[in-house]
Design a binder for this molecule. Sequence first.
Ligand SMILES: Cc1ncc(COP(=O)(O)O)c(C=O)c1O
Length: 355
Amino acid sequence: MKTFPVQYAAVRKDKPDPDTLVFGRSFTDHMFQMDYTEGKGWHDGRIVPYGPLPLEPSAMVFHYAQEVFEGLKAYRNPQGKVQLFRPMENVRRMNNSCERMCIPQLDEETALSAIEQLVELEADWVPSKPGTSLYIRPFIIATTPTLGVHAAHNYIFAIICCPVGSYYKEGINPVRIYVESRDVRAVRGGTGYAKCGGNYAASIRAGEQAEKQGYAQVLWLDGVERKYIEEVGSMNVLFKINGTVVTPALTGSVLPGITRKSCLELLRSWGVPVEERLITAQELFDAAEAGALEEAFGSGTAAVVSPIGEMGWNDRHVVVNGGQIGPLTQRLYDTLTGIQWGTQPDPFGWITKLD
Ligand SMILES: Cc1ncc(COP(=O)(O)O)c(C=O)c1O
């Protein structure tokens, strides 16, 4: 592991109450920062007090959204130690996102060491109440202060962390979703498989409208034919149809989720048939109406799995598994959270324990 110099914060903040933690509101005392300068490469990795980044108003990220980000969590295990779940997967995905956005990639070991050293320094911020964790947000932004659409010459790689409360304080309640027919999140050939801010900006309008209509999330369709299912909100989506788990194939407009990958690996290890393929909204709603859709759920770092209880698509409306979480969804949730929080064995070697 590489180590970086640390400039300690003079004043330490009070930790928020773990019972009322709101995602993304309070940040820890320190952050990681590393700079890129053309001709010099990535340099000066360091941990510094959390605080504003001075940027010129002309910094390219503000105008052309040349940026990427990641999201992962640190968990406190029953021994009181802190551990990460598949952090190298996030580092690799960030580098794939960089490639798409013409951002210089990071050395994998350097990026992983940065995450590990920052979380070790901020270990006191990892809450210990059941279901709580420390969210880690690595990101890279283009900082060159010039207008004009081309790749920047300067970047900042930073990592910030925030404690998060339990996603399911009131128990796991299946959500209502609707199929979005107007807006699309991404198109093939675009940036859907990259984790970059523009994808999320494009998704906000449909999300706001869904909420107004009493739905928790939107089910995205492909941007070309508007008939294939892609993702649900900011999660991948999986369906159990006649005993087989079906999930949209990674065609370029879907984010390759690490929870999705972990679900598929677990399901295969349990002998559950799995298919990664194209699936139309028509097929899905027909299956639901015929009683063949047994379970439906989203997968992502925030919720782990989020069962879908009801789905709307134009004038069609279906209820999944009587609006209850299905047994396979529950098993995936229990197994993944057991591995993440260290209450279950880790047969796949997914956990990195920190000092
Ligand atoms: C658009 C989108 N899809 C899927 C996911 C799920 O990915 P992961 O399981 O790696 O959190 C996320 C969350 O990061 C996301 O933002």
